[in-house]
Ligand binder design. Structure first.
Ligand code: HEM
Length: 129
């Protein structure tokens, strides 16, 4: 039965908010990628909460507020190498690991991020300093 539910439904809004909160706390202190984040932490958390709601199958809150996500284009001003994507994913893995949720749901959730994170890579490693 649960396989018919979206990850948004399986997690629920509250856990998505907890995930985003924990994730950016990790990102903002990560030695490899923290320097990339220059805006207000609360604003990026709010944008990501809206984005993940729709990315995981919930209502299109991000698009309603900010227009088409065009994630790759929106990341172009930020030099992102493969090592940065790996660091981003490691923060996400930790944040997911801390969630109080079914292991299968956590596994499915992490897998959703891998191709998108790799797609954001727009620089050769070593050029992103
Ligand atoms: C691959 C590693 C990634 C890095 C290093 C990265 C880095 C960044 C940075 C630096 C920003 C701008 C933050 C600011 O305004 O200061 C940003 C924005 C954002 N990122 Fe990422 N990102 C990555 C992957 C992803 C992935 C996989 C997703 C979605 C699953 C994502 C979703 C977003 C969203 C929704 C925004 C806000 C866009 C906006 O409205 O301005 N990012 N990211």
């Amino acid at each position: 039965m649960s396989t018919l539910e979206t990850l948004y439904e399986q997690l629920g809004e509250e856990r998505i908010a907890i995930l985003v909160d924990k994730f950016y706390d990790l990102v903002f202190q990560h030695p490899q990628i923290s320097h990339l984040f220059k805006t207000d932490k609360e604003l990026i958390k709010e944008k990501q909460r809206l984005f993940l709601t729709q990315f995981l199958g919930g209502p299109p809150l991000y698009s309603q507020r900010y227009g088409h996500p065009q994630l790759r284009a929106r990341h172009m001003p930020h030099p992102i190498g493969q090592e940065d994507a790996v660091a981003w994913l490691s923060c996400m893995a930790k944040a997911i690991g801390a969630l109080d949720a079914d292991e299968k749901v956590k596994d499915d959730l992490f897998k959703r991020f891998v191709p998108t994170a790799m797609f954001m890579v727009n620089q050769e490693d070593g050029m992103s300093e």
